[in-house]
Write a protein that binds this ligand. Structure first.
Ligand code: FNR
Length: 364
């Protein structure tokens, strides 16, 4: 491929200047210390992947109550900030850029993971038919309680604190995780949100928490360093909505006019096919957002090139391919073979399946 390759056209995503459009999707790897401080080996892992146009960090909880899986990282204590600093520095030293994905799992959690064995929180007290990964392996999630208005105010403060910690750690920006059935998605979609206060009922009310989170984090980072991740097809974690087009149409529109860095959309969840109707819905929604649009989900180099060339997406985030191929952009550039991801080492463990995937032999 030559410089004409659309994957290697630079892209300005707000204030983030991306040298290519092969981005690394957020990938939970469950290898942090139990207190949420990332381990040193994460610097090697992310540094190896610094050639991505942009790295979105693994989902990182904004508070102790935002945690839903064993050994995921946090970004709300001094120890977290100190743990992330060398990781961000390593990515920068490798010529890369990294944003922190801010995460609150809401009801996708388990009492054993939360402070004092507390119940998880959500928009409404409806338990998900879903599992999480605890000290005992995969377990059904616990029964949640609905956040009251004080709890919502506290959660908004937690987002602001987490954004400040991300800034202190040196991140280039943040991505607000509003996808995959976690807390913000639990407020958006009416299959879960049965509230009768100003955070439930109308679409205006169900999008309120996302708007307020954006207001708070954009007080810390300029909006052009803030992205948002949404999953309008709602496949993950037992989500549903009576009118996804209306709900997500409103969510896309509320992002317009804020000057955000990008919208990042999960168009296909792994292991699931996307029906033609769903593809048409994604296209209609796409037309509602007027900023930089990142597509994700089962893309390869060919489909990414096609989608960028057709103007359907501005860039593509790759998940599993980046787990197994630290130098994914170069492999796509020259059409090299790809390493195969090993699912058994996705979640938890040490350097195996984490930092030991080989880069291309520089002699070839
Ligand atoms: C994920 N995914 C994910 N999504 C997210 O928003 N935050 C996260 O922390 C994670 N963690 C995660 C871990 C692992 C091991 C996998 C495989 C996936 C979803 C991921 O970002 C992406 O949407 C999917 O992997 C689909 O993209 P690919 O893999 O088909 O390119």
């Amino acid at each position: 491929m030559t410089e004409q390759d659309v994957l290697f056209r630079p892209l300005a995503a707000g204030a983030l200047h991306l040298p290519n459009r092969v981005l690394m999707a957020p990938l939970t790897r469950n290898r942090s210390h139990p207190d949420g401080t990332p381990r040193e080996m994460a610097a090697t892992y992310y540094r190896q992947r610094a050639s991505a146009g942009l790295i979105v960090s693994e989902a990182t909880q904004i508070s102790a109550m935002g945690k839903g899986y064993k050994d995921t990282p946090g970004i709300y204590t001094d120890s977290h900030v100190e743990g992330w600093k060398p990781i961000v520095e390593a990515v920068h030293a490798g010529g890369g850029r990294i944003v922190c994905q801010l995460w609150h799992v809401g009801r996708i959690s388990h009492v054993s993971l939360l402070p004092d064995g507390r119940q998880p929180v959500s928009s409404s007290p409806i338990r998900a038919k879903a599992q999480t990964f605890t000290a005992n392996g995969f377990e059904d999630v616990s029964e949640p309680v609905a956040l009251d208005l004080d709890g919502i105010a506290k959660t908004l403060d937690d987002y602001a604190t987490a954004a400040k910690c991300a800034r202190a750690a040196g991140f280039d920006g943040i991505e607000v995780h509003s996808a995959n059935g976690y807390l913000l998605d639990q407020f958006l979609q009416d299959g879960v949100n049965h509230r009768e206060d100003e955070y439930g009922g109308s679409i205006e009310n169900r999008t309120r928490l996302l708007r307020e989170v954006l207001d708070r984090v954009c007080d810390v980072f300029p909006a052009d360093r803030v992205g948002v991740r949404l999953s309008p097809l709602g496949q993950a974690n037992d989500m549903s909505d009576s009118d996804p087009e209306a709900t997500f149409g409103a969510a896309y529109r509320l992002l317009n006019g804020r000057g955000l860095a990008y919208l990042h959309v999960i168009e296909q969840f792994f292991g699931q096919d996307t029906e033609e109707d769903d593809k048409a819905l994604l296209r209609r929604l796409r037309g509602l957002f007027d900023g930089v649009y990142i597509g994700n989900g089962s893309y390869d180099a060919a489909t990414a090139r096609q989608a960028i060339a057709a103007g359907e997406v501005d860039a593509v985030a790759f998940g599993r391919p980046f787990i197994a191929n630290p130098d994914l952009p170069e492999r796509y550039r020259i059409g090299a073979q790809l390493n195969t991801p090993d699912q058994d080492t996705f979640y938890g463990g040490g350097s195996e399946g984490y930092t030991d995937y080989p880069a291309l032999d520089p002699a070839h």
